[in-house]
Design a protein. Structure first.
Length: 270
C-alpha cells in the first residue's frame, strides 16, 4: 500500500529533520563525548603550550560545557580567556573574563581576569596601528578605549598590589592622553563651526578630568581661542597667562602673544 503524504505533512517532516540535524554536534564535538575531564584538560594544556589555540579552545570549552563544576573547571575558564586572546577574538576574551569575574569574584586569580579583560579592549582599539603612525586612534570611535580605561582602572582600584597593576598603570597614562586628545578634536570642530562656548567647555572638561596629560596645555589654548570667539578678551587673557606659565613654548604662542587659528579675532598678548 502506497502512503500519500500531503504537502503540509511533508513540510512538517522536513522541519523536524532540520531541527534534528541542528541538534547534532559537529564531528569534533562528538569525538569528545565521554572524554574524561582530566584528559580534556591535559589535552587543552598541551595545545596551549604548543600554541595550537584552536585545539585548546575546543578542549577548554568542552570542560566548561560538560564539567562546569569539575576539578579543572575554574582553571579551564581562566585559560580559555588567554586562548581567545591569542586568536585575536577580543569579544570572546572580554566575555569570558567578565563571566569569570561574575562567577568567581573571590578567586585568587580574579585580578588576572580583570587585566585580560582590559587587555582585550586595548587590542580591540588597534593601538599598535597608531604606534606605527598608520592612524590616530583619538580621531576614531573610542568605545574600546573607554572600556580598556575602565577595566584597568577597576583592576588598580580593587587590586593595587596585583602583579598586573604596574602594567595597567602605564597603559592608563597612555589611554588618558588618547581620551583627552579626542575631546580636543571635538573642541577643534566646535571652534571651526563657531560653537565657541561648547569649545570652551570641552577644554575645561579636559583640564578637570585629565589634568596631568600633555593635552591639558592644548586645552588651555582651545579655551583662549573660544573666549576670543565669544568676545570675552578678559577671560581669554586670564587663561592665556595660565598657558604661558605652564607651556611658554606652546606652538600657538609667539613670545607672550597668542594667535587664534580658527577665530577671526586679533592676536592677544599677556
Amino acid at each position: 500500500m502506497r502512503v500519500i503524504t500531503s504537502p503540509a505533512r511533508l513540510a512538517v517532516l522536513m522541519l523536524a529533520g532540520t531541527l534534528l540535524a541542528g541538534c547534532a554536534g559537529t564531528p569534533e564535538e562528538e569525538e569528545l563525548d565521554g572524554v574524561a575531564e582530566r584528559q580534556l584538560y591535559e589535552e587543552g594544556r598541551e595545545a596551549l603550550e604548543e600554541s595550537s589555540y584552536t585545539t585548546a579552545i575546543n578542549r577548554l570549552e568542552a570542560i566548561d560545557t560538560r564539567y562546569p563544576f569539575g576539578e579543572h573547571a575554574e582553571q579551564a575558564q581562566l585559560e580559555l580567556i588567554y586562548a581567545y586572546h591569542q586568536t585575536d577574538d577580543w569579544e570572546s576574551a572580554r566575555a569570558a573574563a567578565s563571566r569569570f569575574i561574575r562567577l568567581h569574584p573571590d578567586h585568587p586569580q580574579v585580578d588576572y581576569a580583570y587585566y585580560m579583560r582590559g587587555l582585550a579592549a586595548w587590542q580591540a582599539g588597534r593601538f599598535s596601528l597608531e604606534r606605527l603612525r598608520v592612524i590616530d586612534i583619538s580621531k576614531r570611535d573610542l568605545g574600546a578605549t573607554r572600556d580598556a580605561y575602565a577595566d584597568f582602572s577597576e583592576l588598580i582600584q580593587r587590586y593595587p598590589s596585583s602583579q598586573y597593576a604596574p602594567d595597567a598603570k602605564q597603559r592608563i597614562v597612555y589611554l588618558r592622553n588618547v581620551l583627552a586628545r579626542h575631546e580636543l578634536h571635538v573642541a577643534d570642530f566646535y571652534l571651526r563651526k563657531g560653537a565657541y562656548l561648547a569649545a570652551v567647555e570641552r577644554g575645561r572638561w579636559v583640564l578637570e578630568n585629565y589634568p596631568q596629560t600633555q593635552a591639558s596645555r592644548d586645552a588651555l589654548a582651545t579655551m583662549v581661542e573660544g573666549y576670543l570667539g565669544l568676545g570675552m578678551r578678559d577671560r581669554a587673557g586670564e587663561t592665556l597667562q595660565v598657558l604661558i606659565d605652564n607651556a611658554p613654548n606652546h606652538d600657538r604662542l609667539r613670545g607672550r602673544t597668542f594667535r587664534p587659528q580658527h577665530v577671526k579675532a586679533e592676536s592677544l598678548s599677556a
